[in-house]
Design a protein around this ligand. Structure first.
Ligand SMILES: [Zn+2]
Length: 281
């Protein structure tokens, strides 16, 4: 039999231990949701800087991501235009199709969020397949490199690689203009890395997830695995030289940190990913 005093002591120890487990030092959870925001299919991939014999891949996954941080919700990349949802295969251009089965808005609703809940929006770049739903997020603060902002918002008429109509509503959103890397929430766990070349202000996203480990989302630094192993540059990139420098920078970072690297358009990888409402933490 334990005495009352022993019981009180045990209670104190148990309370202390449970306080340790839930101590303020334990980082609040960070979650990454991957959403299927469409797909693309190209008969000819030579514009991506490789011959049609060098890869059998013709299909590209088009993702959107929700980074769920205790201090805010960040949408990273906005996929295809939800206006084509449910239309089956839609011609993008001769020899290229796009398809989008369920909108990012509906997928966010599955997780319990509406567009008005999204505090921050960052696009790896402003191409149509990364900015397609941008107009649906009217209050999110836009995190964008100064060079991308100038090319895509101020001088879009001179930059035919961008279609302003897909993201024009963001012109009125609050915005934070970046000039290089940016620690989104100030705790080092969600960091934008400046990786210009594909477009003037292309960027990739680093996440430090507790269970999954460090992870980098590629943007369009590469489109195919072959592009990565052979450092191939699409013909439509704004700067081949900057692209190669950005590839070197990211590869060095991956080697140094041991981070996992997801090529966002990698359709084989996509088949292995947990999609929302499942998540990575
Ligand atoms: Zn692109």
């Amino acid at each position: 039999m334990k005495t009352a005093r022993q019981c009180i002591l045990l209670l104190v120890v148990a309370t202390f231990l449970s306080a340790c487990v839930n101590s303020p030092d334990t980082e609040p959870p960070l979650r990454l949701y991957v959403m299927d925001c469409g797909s693309l299919r190209f008969d000819d991939v030579t514009s991506f800087g490789l011959t049609n014999d060098e890869t059998p891949v013709r299909e590209m996954f088009v993702p959107c991501y929700l980074v769920d941080h205790p201090d805010g919700q960040l949408l990273w990349d906005a996929g295809l235009d939800p206006a084509i949802v449910g239309q089956g295969d839609v011609e993008l251009q001769p020899g290229a199709l796009m398809r989008y089965d369920r909108s990012v808005i509906d997928q966010l609703a599955d997780i319990g969020y509406s567009p008005a809940d999204i505090d921050l929006i960052a696009l790896s770049h402003l191409h149509f397949d990364h900015a397609g739903a941008a107009n649906y997020f009217p209050v999110a603060r836009l995190l964008i490199q100064d060079t991308e902002y100038r090319a895509g918002f101020l001088n879009y008429a001179d930059n035919p690689i961008f279609n302003y109509d897909y993201y024009r509503e963001l012109a009125d959103n609050p915005r934070l203009i970046l000039e290089g890397d940016h620690d989104v929430f100030g705790d080092g766990r969600v960091r934008i890395m400046s990786t210009p070349g594909h477009t003037p202000g292309h960027q990739v996203l680093f996440l430090d997830l507790e269970e999954t480990g460090p992870l980098v989302l590629s943007g369009d630094l590469y489109h195919f695995r072959f592009s990565r192993t052979h450092h191939r540059v699409p013909v439509f990139n704004t700067s081949a030289e900057q692209t190669l420098e950005s590839m070197d920078r990211v590869e060095a970072f991956l080697a140094e940190t041991g981070a996992t690297f997801w090529i966002e358009h990698d359709s084989e990888l996509a088949k292995t990913l947990k999609l929302a409402p499942s998540f990575y933490d």
